[in-house]
Write a protein of this length. Structure first.
Length: 632
């Protein structure tokens, strides 16, 4: 199903930063001289003798600030935006500039340079210091104090590979996506807010705040859906009151259409099908009166009607939003300062802390990129040795394998790689390629994880590593401690439960899982397993009965599996006699202990795969349960 238009979308308020200068674009060559004239306080500028309306340039702290689109359109510069830090990135040829809103320091090709005035957001428009950027791009800037006029002369950059795959706005009157195969008009005032990594969802907003438009693509649909089926897909997503619901055929195209109203807004939904793809358009009109205004609606309808389920790759007037080139998609992480290329059908997984993950189309194989700070005196070798020890300590010998480490180079930096293999059932083996490198103040760990050993692709690993580029991390990040630096699984901390007056020493590397239920009072996750303590007031069930019930619960519903009893004994816990049992079932180990004291029945339970049931793990579980203390 498509991403709903009501999903939380990060707003990038770069008003008109991505807009084409349509009056100028039709006549502009791909690479030519550029001449710009403007006056302070006037909303018209001249680019190569063509007059274009813009936000009024003005002077701030002695510097002339102009709308960012003057730079992107006139010079053919490619644009990027880091919403977290409000940082603008501009690339033209070999020159890269980054400017942060509100900061009087910029960087040019990675080197810091002072600004007379900081970039500003003015009425939703990003205003940037003209002279600094123009001169960094090799242009000449002159200022006539008597007429308050500014002239810039230079050259436009060819919209070619020097834009690193990012299609600039130079000469663009349409916008679309070559990978998913769609296009539509690109009118002045339409701003791209957000695009998903797989490019199947993109949102736009109007510079005047009148409307938003979302485009979503579902590429896994049955071909030839009926009219009612398409209408049903739209209706499933409409939360508002439906005013119109029909199937439209006009201009040689057909689509499902629904109009709804709610909370003072009007919505128009459309669904188009082409092959196994369904394209969804979601138009939100922020004021219902604008939708009812024939002149206003005519403009909205013209934009919607321009949508096509095709992309003209050879048409220079179409701006391509896709980053897919030759079947590969570039992922750039502005925060951690790295980029890499992945197959176009790979998806970005949920980020967990400092780890960025990607998975293939079937969710079988994955890549992870993990960034932490370098500790003083640490080397790639000491780091790799420490993490490999963690792997060896975790797995039972017959469930793991390791290959010798190798030296390699990633983005010009020396790195180490070691391949490990593990299994949970001694049948199918998973393979992981672990790559370690240190650059500057940060450590970069990358892993390639293949579900089965025979699916491991050497060429895929090598091509991905060759595509990696590591630059300077965002100024917003500081020290990120590597948890493996203090690796010691024997460390414990005391956890107390005041409701039932007991305490327990828990390994510090276990992760606490919160619970609100009445008896699951403590719950922790650890290496592929979990541990919890449940307490019930009363002594109705004896510890032996509790243990027997636990064993019965190991049987899956509707079928029977063999359960091997490894231990069944009594043990002293919390100063009283406890019933203790250990079972093995389908490559899984379960430890259970129950005892009664102070009018309460306790159950401590731990479960994990046999593959990680090392002697250390057995002792750790035993010591943890035996550490339970109950006070009156």
């Amino acid at each position: 199903m498509p991403i709903l238009r009501k999903a939380c979308i990060p707003a990038i308020i770069l008003c008109a930063a991505l807009l084409p200068f349509s009056a100028y674009a039709d006549e502009a060559p791909a690479a030519s001289a550029v001449s710009i004239q403007l006056k302070l306080g006037e909303d018209q500028i001249t680019i190569n003798e063509q007059s274009v309306a813009v936000e009024k340039p003005y002077v701030s702290e002695g510097a002339t600030l102009v709308p960012l689109r003057v730079i992107t359109s006139a010079f053919g510069a490619a644009l990027s935006w880091d919403s977290e830090t409000q940082t603008v990135g501009l690339k033209r040829g070999t020159t890269t500039i980054t400017i942060q809103i509100g900061s009087k320091t910029a960087t040019v090709n990675g080197k810091s340079q002072p600004l007379e005035a900081a970039a500003e957001l003015s009425n939703g428009t990003t205003m940037v210091p003209l002279r600094f950027i123009a001169e960094a791009f090799g242009a000449k800037v002159t200022f006539d104090e008597q007429t308050a006029s500014v002239s810039i002369t230079g050259a436009q950059s060819a919209a070619s590979s020097d834009l690193a795959g990012i299609d600039s706005d130079l000469g663009k009157t349409h916008i679309g996506n070559s990978f998913h195969g769609w296009s539509m008009k690109y009118p002045a005032g339409l701003i791209k807010d957000f695009q998903s990594f797989t490019e199947d969802y993109v949102s736009f907003e109007d510079a005047n705040g009148e409307f938003t438009l979302d485009v979503s693509v579902d590429s896994d649909m049955a071909e030839g859906l009926s009219q009612d089926a398409l209408l049903g897909l739209l209706a499933d997503q409409a939360d508002e009151t439906i005013l119109e619901k029909n199937y439209v055929t006009e201009g040689g195209r057909s689509y499902a259409r629904i109009v709804t109203k709610g909370s003072g807004e009007m919505y128009e939904y459309r669904a188009y099908q082409n092959g196994d793809k369904v394209y969804y358009l979601y138009l939100t009109i922020n004021k219902a009166d604008n939708y009812k205004n024939p002149v206003k609606y005519s403009a909205y309808k013209d934009l919607l009607d321009s949508f096509k389920t095709s992309f003209a790759a050879n048409d220079p007037s179409v701006k391509d939003l896709s980053m897919v080139k030759e079947g590969l998609r570039t992922y750039t992480d502005e925060t951690y300062g790295f980029s890499l290329k992945l197959p176009a059908d790979w998806k970005k997984g949920s980020s967990r802390g400092e780890t960025i993950t990607f998975t293939d189309a079937k969710g079988k194989n994955s890549i992870g990129f993990h960034v932490t700070s370098k500790k003083t005196g640490e080397t790639v070798q000491t780091w790799a040795d420490r993490t490999h020890k963690m792997f060896v300590d975790l797995w039972v010998p017959e469930y793991r394998k390791s290959e010798p480490e190798r030296k390699l180079t990633v983005d010009g930096t020396e790195a180490l790689a070691r391949r490990t293999h593990n299994t949970f059932d001694s049948k199918g083996w998973d393979a992981t390629e672990n790559v370690y490198m240190i650059k500057g103040d940060y450590k970069y760990f990358m892993y390639f994880q293949f579900e089965k050993q025979d699916t491991l692709s050497e060429s895929f690993i090598q091509s991905t590593l060759a595509s990696i580029s590591i630059g300077k991390p965002s100024a917003s990040i500081g020290t990120i401690k590597d948890g493996s630096e203090s690796y010691d699984r024997s460390l414990t901390s005391v956890v107390k439960n005041k409701n039932y007056n007991y305490s327990i020493s828990i390994p510090t590397y276990w992760k606490a899982e919160s619970t609100k239920s009445s008896n699951d009072l403590l719950r922790f996750s650890y290496d592929f397993g979990g541990f919890f303590i449940a307490v019930e007031d009363g002594l109705e069930l004896t510890p032996s009965v509790v243990i027997s019930t636990m064993k019965e619960g190991l049987q899956p519903k509707g079928r029977s599996i063999p359960i091997k009893e490894i231990e069944n004994r009594t043990e002293t816990v919390a100063g009283v006699q406890a019933q203790w049992a250990v079972w093995e079932s389908q490559e899984f180990v379960t430890t259970a202990c129950s005892f009664q004291t102070n009018g309460m029945t306790f159950l401590a339970y731990a479960g994990h795969p046999k593959a990680v049931n090392t002697d250390f793990m057995k002792k750790l579980i035993s010591d943890t349960i035996k550490s339970i203390q109950v006070t009156k």
